[in-house]
Each structure stands twice: as structure tokens, then as C-alpha cells.
Design a protein around this ligand. Sequence first.
Ligand code: HEM
Length: 320
Amino acid sequence: MMNPIPSSMYNVALILLFSFLLGMSSAKLSENFYKKSCPKVLSIIKSGVRYAVLAEPRMGASLLRLLFHDCFVNGCDASILLDDTVNFIGEKSAAPNKGSIRGFDVIDKIKTQVEKSCPGVVSCADILTIASRDSVILLGGPSWKVLLGRRDSTTASFSDANRDLPAPAFNLSQLISSFSNKGFSVREMVALSGAHTIGLARCVSFRDRIYNDTNINASFARSLQAICPRSKDDNNLAPLDSTPKTFDNGYFKNLLSQKGLLHSDQALFNGSFTDSIVNTYSANPSTFASDFTKAIVKMSTLSPLTGSNGQIRKNCRKIN
Ligand code: HEM
């Protein structure tokens, strides 16, 4: 018969080792990460974002999208901020980003201010996380606590950006699998899509929908056709919801009347099981706000680089 003492000791040792490893991977981001090393970081970023968003409210939307496109491709590591070089094509040139992702100059300006105050301390990945939270607040949306301590990548992946970011032509099951690949439930996917309560999209992103979809409000489609002709003006812009400068639950209300701008937006309310989630969010703004904040915190903590991994870039556009 086996001796029970050594085996239980072995179990205890295993449990301790497991909790230690778990702690090592998850306890590194913290609210107070820069409390001593860069006490003004939050206020510097807040005023940088306020300046940019007051000058152009759409910038708040652009910064939020920048965070999404960073985090969905190999985690929140500021990989999206890296410029292409002669021997490297990064994420900026990938199809979901090219010609549409913006906000880099704002991040650069903020980074310059932060570097003046505490050189070499605050990552571009953390700046982006804080800036998108502050953007949502400035546009009237909910606030949340940001966890900090991310570090910046030394690489970016053109092909992973093309593979992992959802496309506006996606149907519901493609949307579900794109988000479930990153660990998100269907409800979290719908909540996060509510980010389309702010900002604009180019004609090329919604042209197929306004000419070919049948689940679209007819007068809404006609008004969009006026700014997005069949075969030209790819870059003409239309709002993603009827109040694109305000972070509210209007996006979901629009879906109820078949006024989603993107095919992928309307796919969330198209006679399938996600209709009930859209109904909930359109009737209860506070439920949307609380689900959105939980999901965005989860999104902004996707596989961060911590500890001695990665680096603190001096310039967000290039590795040190
Ligand atoms: C559900 C799948 C999603 C798809 C298919 C999608 C697709 C798109 C597309 C095609 C655009 C317009 C790009 C252009 O034409 O220039 C856009 C804009 C935007 N997206 Fe998404 N998106 C999705 C989810 C998200 C999520 C999860 C967020 C943030 C949490 C987000 C935030 C935004 C914002 C704020 C804009 C407006 C940006 C601006 O005005 O500069 N999107 N999205």
C-alpha cells in the first residue's frame, strides 16, 4: 500500500507550484503600476486625449478601434503602432487596417509628453489602453479601471492581423467564431460590437450591404447610396450609428429598425438567437454599459507582455 503522507505532500507542493505559476502570469497588471515610477501618467494622457477629442470627436472612436485592433492580434502589445520598414511589413498594412486605422499621431504626441515626465517607463501599450478608456468617457460613455504594466512588442504580424480581425462582410457564425477564438462569449461579442455607437466607416466597408442586403431599412439604404455610389468614392464616410459622437446604446436601437451600417452589425439582429441580447441592450443602457466595460477590460488584458518580456519603446512607431 502507498504511504499517504508523501503523496499528500506531493499534492500540496503541486498546488503551491500551480498557484505560484498562475500568480506569475496573471498578477502582473495592476492599477497602481506607475504610482511611483510615473505618478502623472494618467493626467498627462487624459489631457492629451481631451485635446484631441475636443478638436475632433471622431478621434475618440479611432483610438478605441486602435485598441481593439492591437489586442486582437497577439495581445495588447502595441504591435499595431509599429511602422513598416524596408524589410518588415507590419499590421498597419494589413487589410482591416490599411487606409482606415487612425490615431497614431495622437498616441505619438501623448508618448512625447509622457517621455518628458518619466523617460523609458510607460509602455505604448498602456498609453493606448488608457487613451481609449478616456476617449469613451469623453464621448459620454462609461468609465472603468485600467490595469497597467503591459510592455511593448518587438514585432508585429501582417498575416495574423489579416487572419484575426473580423471583416464587415462577416455573418453571425463568423463573428461568433472570430471572438470565441480570442476567448469571448457571444454576449461579450455583442457587447463589444456596441463600440460602433461611435465613429465612421468608409463606403467600401458598407457598399455591398446598401445595394445587396435585404435586411436594411429602405430609406436608410437610399440615403447611404447617395454618399456611396456603386463604383466610386470608396473613402466617403458615413456614421456607424445615428449619434456617432456619443457613446450610448443608440447602436442597438438602430439595429432594431434595420439601420445597422455594416453587414456584420445587422447580423447581430437578424432573426437569430442574438436578437434577445440586442433587445436587452437597446432597452437597458446600464446593462450595456456594465457588460461593455467588463468585456473591454477583458479585451484590454489579452495576453500582455509583462515582466522582462518585450520592451518599453521610446518611440511607439519603432522598436528600440
Ligand atoms: C464585431 C466585429 C467587428 C467588425 C466586423 C468591425 C469592423 C469595422 C469596420 C469595417 C469599420 C470601418 C472601417 C472603415 O471603413 O474605415 C469599423 C469601425 C470602427 N470599429 Fe469596428 N468592427 C468590429 C468590432 C469592433 C470592436 C469590438 C470595437 C471596439 C471595442 C470596434 C470599434 C470600432 C470603432 C470605434 C470604429 C470607428 C472608427 C473611426 O471612426 O475611426 N469595432 N469597424
